[in-house]
Ligand binder design. Structure first.
Ligand code: AGP
Length: 610
């Protein structure tokens, strides 16, 4: 999704803007640009393609200034063209960058056209700049003009604006899209997320919905929806520069896959140290809320949704609570039945996914009083809107394909399950000890699975030549089959589907022939024999099998049957261990096909629009 950065300083801010935009690249974009106020002139550079190309153009044009804004655009309204790229300039007077979608842009466009404004782009954004310009022409200052404009907009936005008329300030506003302020020494900045600023400062202020801000070189003023100045809290970000660098890896996805043992150990640290499953890790009110709920409704998108689907098996079997899992974008638009005694659990790596955030708000409006967020980004919108929070500690995830966020979400959801079970007297002391032991061994088992990489690379060569693939799993591993298929399709562009193996003969078996590789996730669990029958159905139709089998699953290699042995069965945590091979398979297949692994086409890291 779009990324915003802005800075006001005594020094040249162009390198700050460029570096910030490079660090926002992971969010997904197709064009970029910066605008600066230099010696009273508004100067701008925009390019489609990579930030590096735009940066080279800025250098060629010798752009330097103490005030500027920058943007990476992920096209929504209007194609990927330089004219549609941000910043947009209104009548040479003010420049603006915007993240989000203005829903009433057509009505505003008509109004502005009648006022004599012309439009150079097909974007919804351009109306914002013209509206601010119009209000300034009526005598308002930059901040008041922005505040007035926000009241005329419907939709979602994070915006930052600079104006020739007031060259000593930058103003910004937030509604529905993330925006934070970075506090420096003799300089202040804004950005969509902290990764864009960490090179300069760790002191950040998170803007809330409806707030506006005025930044000068040495001051920051924050205003609420009623335009009253308010106090703000300064947070110290713990995102490290190292977590944003590639190090010895070729791609962030590869780095993040390999970081999973430590990401899991960090996420589990509190429970392992405590030596017990304890409600307090979800927040001060957790004991009462988790103790009184009678069911769980999980809402999430994409990979996070698959984490929820896996957790349903745990929550129903171990905690004995009914659990529904729904794609957030579906839930938010249907007349769902709300049971106020069911806890809403949202799962999100970014904490910014608009559909998940809106589904949470909708659930509350329907009468769900209690919510819990499982999230990887501190202080992001979804946890801020939730009563209880469990942060996964995966560290910054830059690759668009979610990897370590998923496995740490699973670890967090397993902890939630055990806390719910314990509160209901369904977790005996010996079971608690056994599960804690499994969690202690988990990072090691994951490391063991990572060691399978050379074998998986050989399989990937084969997959790279295919157009389709099927992934099969049963029970707890059915969502992992879906996750494997999602990983493969999103980064290698191979069409892939994940199916419950028992469903094969109800349709997808018709697709199986010698050209269809079939990946099977085969842990040594109670469904193993049933799964073996399903693999025979595939083989009998000439389908080639690629089986990830626990060491004790007793699958043998034969013609058309390839087996990679995963670590010994990890019990209820087996889905976490079995995720690693499908991630590696997708990664190496994409590598062989030469795709842009970290920034796959058409996708964004955090989906902050509908
Ligand atoms: C996963 O690989 C995806 N890129 C995507 O499905 C992602 O999981 C989804 O957009 C949800 O994101 P979130 O966890 O940040 O809410």
């Amino acid at each position: 999704m779009c990324g915003i950065v802005g800075a006001i300083s005594d020094r040249d801010v162009v390198p700050v803007l460029i570096e910030g935009l490079k660090r926002l690249e992971y969010r997904g974009y197709d064009s970029s640009g910066i605008a600066v106020l230099s010696e009273g002139q508004m100067r701008r550079v925009r390019r489609t393609g990579r930030v590096a190309e735009m940066a080279a153009a800025a250098e060629a044009e010798d752009l330097h200034a103490g005030l500027g804004i920058g943007h990476t655009r992920w096209a929504t309204h209007g194609g990927v063209t330089e004219a549609n790229a941000h910043p947009h300039i209104s009548r040479g007077e003010l420049a603006l960058v915007h993240n989000g979608i203005i829903e009433n842009h057509e009505a505003q466009r008509e109004r502005l056209t009648a006022l004599g404004y012309g439009f150079e782009s097909q974007t919804d954004t351009e109306v914002i700049g013209h509206l601010i310009h119009h209000h300034m022409s009526q005598g308002l200052d930059l901040l008041t003009a922005l505040q007035t404009t926000t009241r005329e907009l419907t939709g979602a936005y994070a915006v930052a604006v600079v104006s020739r008329a007031q060259p000593d300030r930058m103003v910004c506003a937030r509604m529905g899209c993330p925006l934070l302020i970075g506090l420096g020494e003799g300089e202040n900045m804004i950005a969509s997320d902290v990764s864009a600023l960490v090179q300069v400062t760790r002191r950040v202020v998170f803007m809330d919905e409806g707030q506006t801000a005025l930044l000068t070189r040495d001051s920051v003023s924050l205003f609420n929806e009623q335009d009253r100045e308010i106090e703000y809290e300064v947070h110290l970000s713990d995102v490290s520069l190292a977590s944003l660098e590639l190090g010895p890896y070729r791609h962030f996805m590869q780095k993040e896959i390999h970081e999973q043992p430590s990401a899991l150990a960090d996420t589990l640290e509190a429970v392992i140290d405590a030596g017990q499953f304890c409600h307090s890790m979800f927040g001060a009110k957790a004991e009462a809320i988790l103790g009184e709920i009678e069911g769980v409704q999980i809402l999430a998108c994409g990979t996070s949704h698959y984490a929820g689907l896996t957790a349903r098996y745990w929550i129903e079997a171990i905690a004995g609570l009914p659990c529904s899992v729904e794609i957030a974008s579906e839930y938010r638009y249907r007349e769902a039945y709300a049971n106020p005694r069911h806890l809403i659990v949202t799962i999100s790596q970014s904490g910014e996914t608009l559909d998940t955030l809106e589904a949470l708000k909708y659930a509350k409006a329907l009468g769900h009083p209690h919510s819990l967020a499982i999230c990887n980004v501190p202080e992001s919108a979804i946890p801020r809107a939730s009563e209880l929070i469990l942060y996964t500690r995966a560290g910054a995830e830059i690759g668009v394909a979610s990897t370590k966020a998923f496995t740490t979400q699973l670890a967090a959801l397993f902890q939630l399950t055990c806390v719910l079970a314990k509160q209901r007297g369904r977790l005996s002391a010996s079971a608690e000890e056994e599960y804690l032991d499994q969690l202690r061994f988990l990072p090691g088992s994951v490391q063991h699975a990572l060691n399978l990489e050379p074998q998986i690379m050989a399989w990937a060569e084969h997959f790279a030549t295919k157009d389709n693939a099927l992934f099969l799993g049963r029970g707890l591993h059915y969502p992992i089959a879906m996750e494997g298929a999602l990983k493969l399709k999103e980064i290698s562009y191979i069409h892939a589907e994940g199916y419950p193996a028992g469903e094969l003969k109800h349709g997808p078996l018709a697709l199986v022939d010698s050209e269809m590789p079939v990946v099977v996730i085969a842990p040594n669990d109670s469904l193993l024999e049933k799964l073996k029958s399903n693999t025979q159905e595939v083989r009998a139709r000439g389908g080639e099998l690629f089986i990830f089998a626990d060491q004790d699953s007793c699958f043998e290699e034969s013609e058309g049957v390839h087996v990679i042995r995963t670590p010994r069965h990890a019990g209820l945590l087996s889905p976490i261990v079995h995720t690693i091979p499908v991630q590696l398979l997708a990664y190496h297949t994409a590598l062989s096909r030469g795709t842009d692994v970290d920034k796959p086409r058409n996708l964004a890291k955090a989906v902050t629009v509908e």
